[in-house]
Write a protein that binds this ligand. Structure first.
Ligand code: PRE
Length: 432
């Protein structure tokens, strides 16, 4: 298996970097012992080398063409590797600890074999972002026990894996109780045509992992997924580590990176399962800033599920309007309020096709406002006549309206005590 990146803007960079067998990542750097850490990522180019990186299947034929025709050219691009990665590459590549070679490799943009996996037909294949050991893998297996996990290196890849029948479902994070919304997936929900068929909320217990025998005072940096870094920023400061933080594509990939490069100065924030898979020691466990740290994942499928009335349902919609100066949002919200339908989430994102609205009646010059897409979750099934009427009414106020899915609400009782430091414990809601 291999992996794929997401936005068209990113695609060019990613193609070039991937074809050099290195992997792009955003990276943020900050000191935990100083007050410079804001929780906001500064963007630096990053990447790391991976052996046998893109081995089996590919989704994008465009990338495949580039790979086969321009292989020499791509080799010239190796110097795009960031200095930290180059430094890391020079350290001991193997400690004989890491059973990584028999783990599935994540799908990537460069995969070229479209043949279905051997288990096709017998088991549900569920795409998630990250490598084995990622919290998303834990969510995927909680959502679909006994499924075949399909690791993908980017969110966009997971969407495409389902669209192209390489996977049957995708399980992707959309919000975290400490880190907030995962905006990328909101944008991708709109850009792709998958349907939300369920949700799962998992508690996320973070561990600080290092190579065996490493002591705290050896550490100069901590790497992980930006969400994971954000979820334990206060605890890291409290631990008194004199380290810089750098972001990585996913927690498990960060663990693998430290293990395969023998990095004794670098710790990882990842799951206990990652420690097991990549031969790392757990230096600290349950380091999340709040023991109730929860990530909400959506389950996505090619087909919508048929909405029902025999259990609590949630419906997710996205809408926008193109009329000037109206109280559109107020009217939309009141359409739910008047029908006694509770809302559970509202999110706005920049309008991709109409980013700016010009307002001519400003006293001087022209006023400009950003335009938004609004994502809203309400607690009713599309089989409910109240929901149908609310949407009928909302259509009058909006220029664009799409139902992203109507699916069983996660009603599983929430555990009152922390349940350990595994990939996360979770509850699931889907009947599809
Ligand atoms: O990096 C991982 O392990 C992931 O599964 C990603 C992710 C996220 O995107 O929020 C998932 C759950 C946790 O909140 C931390 C990270």
């Amino acid at each position: 298996m291999a992996m794929l990146p997401s936005s068209p803007a990113l695609a060019d960079t990613c193609q070039r970097i991937y074809l050099t067998r290195s992997r792009p990542s955003t990276m943020r750097t900050c000191c935990t012992n100083q007050s410079t850490y804001t929780g906001k990522p500064g963007i630096f180019p990053s990447g790391f080398a991976r052996n046998d990186w893109q081995t089996s299947c590919a989704i994008l034929s465009g990338n495949h063409r580039l790979q086969s025709q321009d292989s020499n050219k791509h080799l010239e691009l190796l110097p795009v590797m960031p200095s930290s990665s180059n430094r890391d590459k020079s350290s001991s590549p193997s400690l004989g600890l890491v059973p990584v070679s028999n783990l599935p490799r994540p799908l990537s943009n460069t995969i070229s074999d479209l043949s279905p996996s051997p288990t096709h037909g017998s088991q549900l294949r569920v795409a998630y972002q990250g490598m084995p050991g990622a919290y998303s893998e834990g969510a995927a297996t909680t959502a679909y026990p006994n499924c075949d996990g399909v690791p993908c290196d980017q969110f966009d890849v997971a969407f495409r894996a389902v669209e192209l029948w390489l996977a049957d479902r995708a399980v992707l994070p959309v919000e975290n109780s400490l880190g907030g919304s995962i905006h990328r997936n909101y944008d991708l929900l709109l850009r792709h045509r998958l349907h939300i068929v369920g949700e799962i909320q998992t508690s996320v217990h973070l561990c600080l992992l290092t190579l065996p025998g490493v002591r705290k005072d050896c550490l100069t940096r901590v790497i992980s997924h930006p969400q994971a870094l954000a979820q334990c920023e206060h605890t890291l400061t409290a631990l008194g580590l004199n380290v810089v933080l750098e972001s990585f594509d996913d927690t498990a990939a960060a663990a693998e990176y430290v293990a395969t490069n023998g990095l004794r100065d670098t710790a990882v924030i990842a799951s206990a399962r990652s420690a097991e898979l990549y031969g790392l020691q757990i230096m600290e466990q349950d380091i999340e800033d709040d023991p109730r740290n929860v990530t909400r994942f959506l389950m996505l499928a090619r087909e919508p599920m048929i909405p029902r009335m025999d259990r609590p349902f949630k419906t997710s919609i996205v809408f926008a309007h193109d009329k000037l100066g109206t109280s559109m949002l107020f009217k939309v919200l009141s359409a739910f309020a008047f029908r006694d339908i509770s809302l559970s989430k509202i999110e706005s994102r920049p309008h991709r096709y109409s980013p700016i609205r010009l307002v001519d009646d400003a006293n001087v010059g022209t006023a400009k406002h950003f335009e938004y897409m609004f994502y809203l979750d309400f607690q009713a099934s599309m089989a409910d006549v109240r929901a149908q009427n609310a949407l009928k009414e909302i259509q009058e106020y909006t220029s664009f309206l799409r139902v992203l899915g109507s699916y069983p609400m996660d009603m599983t009782p929430w555990p009152t005590t922390s349940s350990g430091s595994g990939s996360g414990s979770g509850s699931v809601s889907s009947s599809n």
